[in-house]
Design a protein around this ligand. Structure first.
Ligand SMILES: *Cc1c(COP(=O)(O)O)cnc(C)c1O
Length: 358
């Protein structure tokens, strides 16, 4: 049976993707040279559409990578000589912290319990910290850091670079890019695209820091910020990139622009509201994140009274594919993606079936 994927990545494809893939094949997009004018125009289209959808300021660059995991490594290599500060409240935020350690830096960890968000206390952040890392939406637990917490750090530590993992929240989250320095995502979550492409949004401050760092130590050879910029100025990438992925991103973001970001945001809130209401009323389910202000609207995680696998199995029989709990929560949680491609009707269908589980 064809499933609707409510898994938080890879996720249900944006509903227009199938048509765009067919058109790309007809136009032989996967065979074109990444040094051709045709590719440059695809790159430019993706860039301009994203800039519009996200209201990205002019002092930001858009770079393409292999994944968000790659961007974690690039951020440390290009932007941190010694010390970064990491808010950690789950598997993804912890992985970023570990990468900083593995690359020989001395990262500082500020931990919060899984299912909650860190209390942001600027006084605890060392005054000479180079970079502060937030995971705005911790996909493993469904906890979302309020944006004002992030902006507070900009006020208290204006010299620090602020990095925001927005992988499972964009394009929903209305991030004020003037209050941070870099944000990033991979396309198989909220954008509903096949995996294999990361998008790195970087402001001019980050470029300056990378250039300065390169004077004193290696910032790596692959996808260093200066090398990405040199090519991006020509609407190109250093390597042979995921051309099809960039093409599909341009098209899907264009479709999202046609729909309107406000409509997408309002629908997201509406569907999340319905789901949290259902969870709070249903004996089988309890939202894992208790504080309403920390409950993610794009990745909804629920504890289950029955074994999670049983519930997932039951819903699969109706063609509804939910995510299992992450890591050690595998048997205890169910994760539900609420991405732009999921319609209200699909959510109502899901809620009906969840309510039917006794
Ligand atoms: C999925 C995810 C990542 C990693 O993305 P990849 O595309 O697998 O590299 C990083 N951070 C968060 C919050 C995620 O949800």
């Amino acid at each position: 049976m064809k499933q609707i994927f409510f898994t938080p990545g890879p996720a249900e494809l944006y509903f227009t993707v199938e048509g765009h893939i067919k058109k790309a094949l007809t136009e032989q997009v996967p065979s074109i040279s990444h040094r051709s004018a045709r590719f440059q125009s695809i790159f430019q289209e993706a860039e301009e559409n994203l800039r519009n959808l996200l209201s990205l300021p002019n002092n930001y660059y858009i770079f393409f990578t292999g994944s968000a995991t790659e961007i974690w490594e690039r951020i440390i290599q290009n932007l941190v000589a010694e010390r970064s500060y990491h808010y950690v409240n789950g598997s993804f935020s912890n992985r970023f912290y570990k990468i900083a350690e593995e690359l020989g830096r001395s990262p500082v960890i500020q931990k919060a319990e899984e299912g909650s968000c860190a209390v942001v206390d600027p006084e605890k952040i060392p005054s000479d910290i180079e970079l502060v890392a937030f995971t705005q939406n911790e996909t493993s637990t469904g906890a979302a850091q309020p944006l004002d917490d992030i902006y507070q750090v900009r006020q208290s530590h204006p010299e620090a670079i602020i990095a925001v993992d927005a992988v499972s929240t964009l394009p929903y989250i209305p991030l004020d890019y003037t209050q941070v320095d870099t944000a990033y995502f991979s396309v198989q979550k909220g954008f509903g695209l096949p995996a294999g492409l990361g998008v790195w949004l970087v402001n001019a401050r980050c470029l300056a820091k990378a250039e300065q760092l390169a004077q004193q130590q290696s910032i790596g050879s692959y996808h260093s910020l200066p090398s990405l910029l040199e090519k991006a100025r020509k609407h190109q990438t250093p390597e042979t990139p995921n051309v099809l992925g960039i093409y599909l991103l341009a098209k899907v973001v264009s479709d999202m622009l046609g729909k309107g970001i406000d409509v997408i945001r309002n629908e997201t809130k509406f569907k999340a509201g319905m789901m949290y209401q259902t969870l709070s009323e249903h004996d089988n389910f309890t939202p894992f994140v208790k504080k309403a202000e920390h409950q993610s609207r794009t990745v909804i995680v629920t504890e289950t009274r029955k074994p999670a696998q049983e519930i997932i199995q039951k819903l699969q029989e109706s063609g509804l594919f939910l995510g299992s709990g992450y890591g050690h929560f595998k048997d205890k949680h169910v994760r539900i993606a609420n991405f732009p491609t999921h319609s209200r009707e699909q959510f109502i269908q899901l809620i009906d079936k969840m309510n039917a589980i006794l």
